[in-house]
Design a protein. Structure first.
Length: 72
């Protein structure tokens, strides 16, 4: 079953409690998402390391496509 917007946001915030998270359903099917995650813990990390933190947070969730933008 695809993931709902609020569940996606809460899943990311569970891994990064101080993060600001925005999520947008790209095609209206709860399966193709774009997220913008702003968190101080990204400071000093490469973009790949930042994205891996998000990917680890949503691992096991039913998401077909996830576009990630991270900010410090």
């Amino acid at each position: 079953m695809p993931i709902e917007k609020q569940e996606l946001i809460e899943t990311i915030k569970a891994a990064l409690p101080n993060a600001e998270v925005e999520a947008q359903d790209l095609v209206g099917d709860n399966d193709h998402w774009s997220v913008v995650v702003k968190d101080a813990s990204f400071a000093g990390l490469s973009r790949i390391e930042q994205h891996r933190k998000i990917q680890a947070a949503v691992e096991g969730k039913n998401i077909h496509a996830l576009q990630i933008k991270t900010l410090v």
